[in-house]
Design a protein around this ligand. Structure first.
Ligand code: HMG
Ligand code: MG
Length: 314
């Protein structure tokens, strides 16, 4: 690397996509898991700084039951403060009640969130997999009618803390159901971070064989076992162009105890930059944002890239 630029040297990888879109989940997936509640003004500033750093999709918050995720109970207060930013601002909606709340505030992108396993569907949504898909169907239909973009998350795509290994065909079934309902894109969640690159490639190939094309697939890796970047590289080689990541590596899931931090956006941007893959993200501005957020939270960022670049400055 060059000590002067704070960026890696570029060696373009053969056959990789020229550009990818990072779906930043820090303000939602990151902050939903904080012990303390982050003030709304700090969340709004976080989103503004992420947008200013070049992230074009920033998942802002969730319109879920405030008792289930108290950290995001200020969605009604927060969303109007950021909604006019010139970036995509998807929000999570678990049911029609959530969609109504999002529509009332003018949200243009929503995400439903399904599970590949029964245990997590119960823990996260208080429903079976089929019951939750039945709840999502009218949400997706109404959102599409209103001209919204709809993402369909699938959690526990690679392993589940209660059920262990998750057979890939089980994941495919849920993905196909979400696409059939009208979801524009999917996000494959490795909620507890157990995936390895071969497993990622196996699932992507099976999805393709079953008619789910790579252009509608995003990947959502958690770094619990240190595999998130390796898994991202595998997905990139397969042709995936949508990558979820969380600034500073914030996050987890309050309803899956073994879910630790998400893949840090900075670590992803460092790798992609070195491979010559465009992200549009200003790494220095992003690192400064995560440094600022770490100060707000009173603890250092778990992102290796944030730490390395911060040490370099001091
Ligand atoms: P429930 O208790 O079964 O709800 O929870 P219900 O449908 O029986 O309704 C009970 C009451 O809640 C009713 O009020 C509803 O109106 C109200 P009452 O009539 O008793 O006065 N209610 C709501 N209020 C506000 N907003 C709403 C809403 N819905 C119902 N949207 C429910 C079911 C889905 C609501 C609950 O389980 C829930 O909110 N779950 C959210 C869990 C969550 O947000 N988890 C984290 C996100 S997923 C994730 O992090 C994984 C991901 O990152 C990918 C990965 O890593 O794998 C995406
Ligand atoms: Mg997650």
């Amino acid at each position: 690397m060059s000590d002067v630029t704070g960026l890696p040297m570029v060696f373009t990888g053969d056959g990789l996509p020229e550009r990818v879109r990072i779906h930043e989940v820090g303000p939602r997936d990151g902050l939903q898991n904080e012990k303390g509640t982050v003030p709304t003004a700090v969340k709004a500033e976080f989103i503004r700084r992420l947008a200013a750093a070049g992230l074009t999709t920033v998942e802002a918050t969730s319109f879920v039951h405030p008792k289930w995720v108290p950290q995001l109970a200020d969605a009604e207060e927060l969303f109007p403060q950021v909604k006019d930013l010139p970036v995509r601002l998807p929000v999570l909606v678990p049911n029609e009640r959530g969609l109504d709340r999002a529509l009332a505030l003018g949200a243009r992108r929503v995400a439903v969130f399904a599970s590949a396993t029964e245990s997590f569907a119960k823990a996260n949504l208080n429903r079976t997999v089929d019951e939750s898909l039945a709840v999502f169907a009218p949400v997706v239909a109404r959102a599409k009618e209103a001209g919204l973009h709809v993402r369909g998350y699938v959690s526990m795509c690679f392993g589940d803390p209660w059920e262990g290994a998750v057979p890939p065909h089980q994941v495919v079934e849920v993905c196909r159901a979400l696409r059939a309902m009208g979801c524009d894109e999917l996000s494959l969640g490795d909620t507890i971070g157990v995936a390895t690159p071969g497993h990622v490639l196996e699932l992507l190939s099976l999805l393709n064989e079953e008619g789910v094309t790579t252009d509608v697939i995003g990947v959502h890796f958690h770094d619990t076992y240190g595999q998130a970047l390796a898994n991202s590289y595998a997905a990139l080689q397969h042709g995936v162009t949508t990558f979820d990541a969380s600034a500073g590596g914030l996050g987890g899931c309050p309803y899956a105890k073994s879910a630790t931090g998400n893949l840090a956006t900075e670590d992803l941007v460092w790798m992609l930059t070195g491979l010559g893959v465009e992200t549009g993200v200003d790494l220095a501005a992003l690192t400064a944002t995560s440094g600022w957020m770490a100060e707000q939270l009173g603890r250092p960022s778990p992102s290796r890239t944030v730490r390395a670049l911060s040490h370099k400055e001091s």
